[in-house]
Design a protein around this ligand. Structure first.
Ligand SMILES: Nc1ncnc2c1ncn2[C@@H]1O[C@H](COP(=O)(O)OP(=O)(O)O)[C@@H](O)[C@H]1O
Ligand SMILES: [Mg+2]
Length: 292
C-alpha cells in the first residue's frame, strides 16, 4: 500500500466515528467581529449542551486568547513538531469552551512528509471525539492560508458590517474563493452574518446588497444568517476579557448570538450539513500541495 493510500485509509477510518461539525468564521476586512462571533457562538452552543472547541487560526494576533483571558501554554506547533498530545494543547476556558491556538503550526504543514501528516491528521481526528462543533476563527483578508481553510470548510460564516469597505472586501473574498481550484459550490455553504447593525432591517439590506452582486457576477449562493446589533456592552465586555454571552446574557448582542446559534442548530442538524470532521478538514488543507 502506498503512502497516499495509507493516508486516505486513516481519514476513512476516522470518518466512521461521529464527526464534528466544522464552522469557519471569516471576513474580508479585519476588525469586523470575527473573534467575537466565534467565541459568543461557542458559548451559546455550550448552553445548548454542545461540546465546542475553537481553533484560533489567526496567526497574526492571538485575539481569542485575549478575549478569553486565558493564555494557552501550548499550541498546534507543539503538537506537530514537539510530539505533544491533543489533550495537552487544548485550554479549557470560561463556559467550558475548548480552545486551541494554531500558533505557527498550520503554516508549515504543507512542507511536512506524508508520514508526518498522517500522524498529525490522526491526532486531529481525536477532536471529532472531543467536540460536537469546532469553530475555526480565521484571520482577515485573502491570504492563501485563509483560502485554504475556506475551501476545506463545509460551512463558512462570513461576517460583514455596514461599512462600505467591509462589503466590498467581503465581495473580493468571495470572488477569490469562487475561483479557487479546490472550491466546491455544492460542498460548501456560505452564510452571512451582519454585525454592528443599527436595526435588523439594516442587516437584511446589507445582505441584499452583497447578494445582488455575488449572485450576478460570481454566481455563488449565499444565505442570510441574521444580524448582531451594535452594542456598547459588547465593547465593554471585550475590554474586561469576558465574552458578552457570559457577562450579560440579556445584552442585545448576547441575545442576537443566542438566536443565531439557535438558527444554526435548528436548520442544519442532520440535514443539509454534511459533517466532515476534522481529519477531512485538514487533509483538504494539505491536499492542494500534497496531491492526496
Ligand atoms: N456588535 C458589536 N458591537 C459593538 N462593538 C463591536 C461589535 N462587534 C465587534 N465590536 C468591536 O470590534 C472589535 C473587533 O472585534 P473582533 O471580534 O476582535 O474582530 P475581528 O476578529 O474580526 O478582528 C471588538 O473589540 C469590539 O470593540
Ligand atoms: Mg479576530
Amino acid at each position: 500500500m502506498d503512502q497516499a493510500q495509507q493516508l486516505r485509509n486513516i481519514i476513512k477510518a476516522s470518518q466512521q466515528r461521529p464527526l464534528a461539525r466544522v464552522i469557519t468564521v471569516t471576513s474580508g476586512k479585519g476588525g469586523v467581529g470575527k473573534s467575537n462571533t466565534a467565541i459568543n457562538l461557542a458559548i451559546q452552543f455550550r448552553k445548548m449542551g454542545q461540546r465546542v472547541i475553537i481553533l484560533d487560526a489567526d496567526f497574526g494576533l492571538a485575539n481569542i486568547e485575549i478575549m478569553f483571558g486565558a493564555v494557552p501554554k501550548h499550541n498546534l506547533y507543539d503538537l506537530i513538531y514537539k510530539g505533544m498530545k491533543m489533550s495537552d494543547i487544548i485550554t479549557w476556558g470560561p463556559g467550558e469552551v475548548g480552545f486551541i491556538s494554531g500558533g505557527s503550526g498550520i503554516v508549515g504543514m504543507s512542507n511536512l512528509s506524508r508520514d508526518y501528516l498522517s500522524y498529525i491528521i490522526q491526532n486531529l481526528a481525536q477532536l471529532d471525539a472531543m467536540a460536537d462543533i469546532i469553530i475555526v476563527d480565521t484571520g482577515a483578508g485573502i491570504s492563501d492560508a485563509v483560502l485554504e481553510f475556506l475551501v476545506a470548510s463545509g460551512e463558512i460564516l462570513l461576517v460583514t458590517t455596514p461599512e462600505p469597505t467591509s462589503i466590498t472586501d467581503a465581495y473580493t473574498l468571495l470572488k477569490a474563493l469562487g475561483r479557487h481550484e479546490r472550491f466546491s459550490r455544492t460542498d460548501t455553504k456560505i452564510k452571512v452574518l451582519s454585525n454592528r447593525v443599527e436595526s435588523e432591517e439594516e442587516g437584511r439590506t446589507l445582505f441584499s446588497k452583497l447578494n445582488l452582486v455575488v449572485s450576478r457576477y460570481l454566481k455563488l449562493d449565499i444565505e442570510y444568517l441574521g444580524s448582531v446589533p451594535q452594542d456598547e456592552e459588547l465593547r465593554k465586555a471585550v475590554m474586561q476579557q469576558t465574552p458578552i454571552s457570559l457577562k450579560d446574557s440579556k445584552a442585545k448582542s448576547a441575545r442576537a448570538y443566542e438566536a443565531i446559534a439557535g438558527t444554526l442548530m435548528n436548520k442544519e442538524v442532520g440535514k443539509t450539513i454534511q459533517k466532515r470532521g476534522m481529519a477531512a478538514f485538514f487533509s483538504h488543507i494539505v491536499a492542494g500541495k500534497k496531491n492526496l
